[in-house]
Design a protein around this ligand. Structure first.
Ligand code: SF4
Length: 331
């Protein structure tokens, strides 16, 4: 028995781009470096926060078994994901489900949306009686506040992005996975449906006890749903801790930047900070060869930050941080 549902243990992923041989060789891109975290075996939502290119999607692909780590291990219920996929794929697919940024690809445009739900019930729960399946679907939709008569019988293009996304949560309610990977699930839906979707996600945690890794670039939605926040910067875990603590009192300069941009009352000012993040990110894509990955943007960078990379250290309570500002200090 393990006390964690999911465990990343010193996971690195290095891609080789170009695949050149001989004189020129291939380029190494470090997508993740020595990432360690776990999701406990109890209901909860952990938010994985970072800008695009920070390694969030690489983490999602590792959990889904679509990618293998270059080093380190990814365990689900104490067993490597690779082993689950090779030996017990059906159970793994039932227990670990994903909601993608744009679920349109899940639906076949030539079939009504209902088909996805019926097929999942048939394949994963072996429900072959269509009457039983219909009543399960209607109950699940009502539980999440959807009106079956407005959704069932429609084609994917006849629903809004938010409705298609909420149907993915209906699917989760039907299949009852242990772990849900929600990869930027609200970034493409209207603000009005965003709050409803997040409420539904909290319903799944509270009603069926799922654990969720909520992957986002947006600290505002993370703040709304997350029990724990993990901050990723250029493939490194730079801060982790209880959600409210990380957001109320961010330690890492990168987390502070994310929180400052979230707290600006004027959305235009937020947008301009967002824009400056993107501009500077282009600069920082000339990634430091060594030292702290955030040092090109850090107002506190010191000599040591150029020389070697800070390790993730305990920073009191549930907090961990990778920054020389906290080395040797009791926080
Ligand atoms: Fe800034 Fe140095 Fe901390 Fe990196 S290690 S965040 S450069 S102070």
């Amino acid at each position: 028995m393990t006390d964690h549902l999911l465990k990343f243990d010193n996971v690195s992923v290095i891609f080789r781009i170009g695949g050149g041989l001989g004189l020129f060789g291939s380029e190494r891109v470090v997508a993740l470096k020595d990432v360690s975290f776990d999701i406990p075996d109890k209901p909860g939502i952990s938010a994985l926060v970072g800008e695009s290119g920070s390694g969030k999607t690489t983490i999602a692909r590792l959990i889904m078994g679509l990618l293998r780590p270059t080093s380190g291990t990814v365990l689900y219920k104490g067993k490597e994901i690779r082993e689950w996929v090779e030996t017990d794929k059906e159970r793994f697919r039932r227990e670990v489900q994903t909601v993608f940024q744009d679920p349109y690809g899940i639906y076949n445009p030539y079939y009504k949306v209902d088909r996805v739900l019926y097929l999942a019930l048939q394949k994963l729960l072996h429900v072959n009686d269509s009457g039983q399946a219909t009543s399960m679907i209607i109950d699940a939709m009502k539980t999440l506040g959807m009106r079956p008569e407005e959704v069932l019988g429609r084609y994917p293009h006849q629903l809004s992005g938010g409705e298609r996304q909420r149907l993915m949560l209906v699917l989760s309610l039907l299949i009852k996975p242990r772990l849900l990977i929600a990869d930027e699930p609200v970034s493409m839906i209207d603000a009005s449906l965003r709050a409803i979707f997040l409420e539904n996600l909290l319903d799944l945690k509270n009603k069926i006890g799922i654990s969720c890794l909520y992957i986002t670039h947006d600290l505002i939605t993370a703040n709304y749903v997350a029990d724990e926040v993990l901050v990723l910067c250029h493939g490194r875990l730079v801060e982790a801790g209880r959600g409210e603590e990380v957001i109320r009192e961010p330690l890492h300069p990168y987390t502070r930047l994310l929180v400052d941009s979230m707290l600006l009352p004027d959305p235009r000012a937020r947008a301009s900070i967002g824009a400056s993040l993107i501009d500077v990110r282009k600069l920082s894509e000339l990634k430091p060869e060594k030292g702290c990955v955030f040092r090109y943007r850090c107002p506190y960078a010191m000599k040591i930050c150029e020389e070697r990379e800070p390790l993730l250290i305990e920073a009191g309570g549930t907090r961990r941080v990778a920054c020389y500002l906290y080395e040797g200090q009791a926080v």
